[in-house]
Design a protein around this ligand. Structure first.
Ligand code: ATP
Ligand code: MG
Ligand code: ZN
Length: 513
């Protein structure tokens, strides 16, 4: 990697002439020290100058300490030299020009730009690809200090990998299959439930009203989960917040994937001023016109402060953030269904299987790697029992691996047969979609073991330095029931006794004239 930097420090006051000798010595020693520690590379402070209250520097390096790292070290070390002797402080630095040239493993398929860069130039020579990154000189010192330059460089190759692998389908291995089950219908389950008045669309996209009939079924499923997973495995219920501020999604790294194909949140805004006076004209307008003055309203609200619960478990971690867990509290086993989850599902209107306001049940466990793997395996077995035995569903378990995981170092940790680090999805056959072989099955539940990701992201430790892992899984009642109705239909005669045991009486649907 080749770097070239022109930058300057702003000083608290001009330096006297006699300081030049000290600075010269400082830079020579600085240079030498780096050359000694990085023998294979080249590093040099090509030039430095003092003019008024500015100290300008030109630094270049090839496969050695990058200049932006050097400048951070200079800032620290030189403060000692000039601060003590001349009582001059360093007020911080700015870049004039910073270019980074690095080889690329793959060629970019399409040009792109990146924030905090002013230009990316892709080159090819003798079949070798490289990029010249020009950093935006206005980049904040704080960003440089916290690793933004390194992440810019990584982002370039990540985006290129994504161009190459993005089109490829996820890796999909079927690990287990229930075998064929008796099916009682090949009708679209959403339409069946709509006609029976079990569910009704609202005015809002992909949102449904759940009638007493369907709610009774959801409650039965909850009880089945309790009896088959949470009670025997010692999980406790908890109520996780459903409004999630950015600090959570930054730590869980969801924010980085915003609308990139795996995180499609609903945003939440605040009133700029929560007072009657501030909103009086809006209230008057609505009263008179019976419409909402959207543009005017938009002026009175803040940018999003975060969003609505998307995957349930991230806000749980605020509970443990920065703390050290007592050994006796491990493993932690909890579940939550205290409120809906929201996802902006792009595209046309969907059926009951893909809703914007969904009712998920989340299972979360935290412990040592051994504890986490053991619990994950037990939850997996019990979920299998619920789907296959209690509900009598035709389902399969698949290991789904996105391209980035196939590529990453995790690969060696991923054992095809057991759940180490990775995700297992349960998918149900939906007869109305076509044959078993050709149709798309419906994902109804997943379970993941995600290793140290969350404990690290939220700085959670355990007594005695026990390594902490976590795992979690979610499934929505909308998916469970769509899958169930699509195989068994509405007639309870065809439902398994084990399921019926959980339904005292199915409320009669409300009828309309
Ligand atoms: P899909 O690929 O079908 O969109 P997903 O990968 O987005 O699913 P996850 O983020 O893994 O789903 O969420 C886990 C579970 O949450 C799913 O197995 C499903 O039960 C439920 N779920 C996710 N999105 C929806 C939705 N829009 N409507 C109903 N249930 C959903
Ligand atoms: Mg999705
Ligand atoms: Zn989760």
């Amino acid at each position: 990697m080749k770097h070239y930097l022109e930058a300057f420090f702003t000083l608290s006051s001009p330096l006297p002439e006699e300081s030049k000798e000290d600075l010269k010595n400082f830079f020579t020693q600085f240079d030498e020290k780096i050359q000694e520690s990085r023998k294979d590379g080249e590093f040099s402070i090509d030039d430095w100058k003092i003019k008024n209250s500015q100290l300008s520097l030109t630094i270049s390096s090839i496969d050695s300490v990058p200049p932006h790292v050097a400048i951070l070290r200079i800032r620290k070390q030189m403060a000692e030299v000039i601060g003590k002797k001349y009582r001059v402080g360093l007020r911080g630095f700015e870049f004039k020009k910073y270019t980074i040239e690095t080889e690329l493993e793959q060629e970019p398929l399409e040009k792109f730009t990146l924030p905090l860069t002013s230009k990316l130039t892709f080159k090819e020579k003798d079949g070798k690809h490289s990029v010249v990154i020009e950093i935006d000189p206005k980049i904040l010192e704080d960003f440089v200090e916290k690793g933004a330059i390194e992440r810019i460089v990584r982002r370039v190759s990540d985006k290129i990998s994504k161009q190459h692998y993005g089109a490829k389908k996820e890796h999909h291995d079927v690990l287990w299959y229930s075998g064929e089950k008796k099916l009682y219908t090949d009708k679209n389950p959403t339409q069946l439930m709509q006609k029976a008045n079990w569910i009704q669309r609202t005015n809002y996209r992909n949102q449904w009203l759940l009638s007493p009939t369907i709610t009774t079924l959801a409650e039965a499923l909850k009880q089945i989960m309790i009896d088959h997973i949470y009670k025997p495995l010692g999980f406790d219920q908890m109520m996780i917040p459903k409004l999630v501020d950015w600090s959570i999604w930054l730590r869980s790294e969801h924010a980085e994937g915003i609308y990139q194909g795996g995180f499609e949140p609903y945003f939440v805004v605040q009133p700029k001023e929560p007072t009657p006076e501030y909103f009086e004209e809006i209230a008057d307008y609505i009263t008179i016109t019976k419409t909402i003055p959207e543009e005017k309203l938009y002026e009175k609200i803040t940018p999003p402060i975060g969003g609505l619960s998307y995957a349930q478990c991230p806000p749980f971690w605020a509970f443990l953030e920065g703390k050290t867990l007592a050994k006796e509290s491990l493993p932690i086993k909890i579940y939550d269904w205290s409120g809906p989850t929201y996802r902006y599902e792009a595209g046309s209107a969907y059926g009951f299987e893909r809703v914007d306001e969904l009712h998920r049940i989340e299972t979360l466990f935290i412990g040592s790697p051994e504890q986490t793997k053991e619990i994950g395996e037990k939850v997996r077995n019990n979920l299998r029992k619920i789907f296959e035995d209690v509900l009598d569903l035709e389902v399969r378990e698949s290991r789904v691996m996105p391209w980035w995981l196939q590529q990453s170092a995790h690969e060696s940790e991923v054992d095809v047969d057991d759940l180490v680090v990775g995700t297992i999805d349960w998918e149900a056959y939906m007869p109305y979609r076509g044959s078993r072989e050709e149709s798309e099955w419906l994902e109804i539940q997943n379970i993941s073991i995600i290793g140290q990701k969350y404990p690290k992201g939220f700085s959670v430790k355990a007594e005695g330095n026990i390594e902490l892992w976590s795992g979690c899984g979610g499934g929505s009642f909308e998916r469970f029931l769509t899958a169930f109705i699509s195989q068994k239909g509405l007639d309870t005669k065809n439902w398994s006794d084990k399921f019926m045991k959980y339904i005292d009486k199915l409320p009669e649907p409300i009828k309309f004239h």
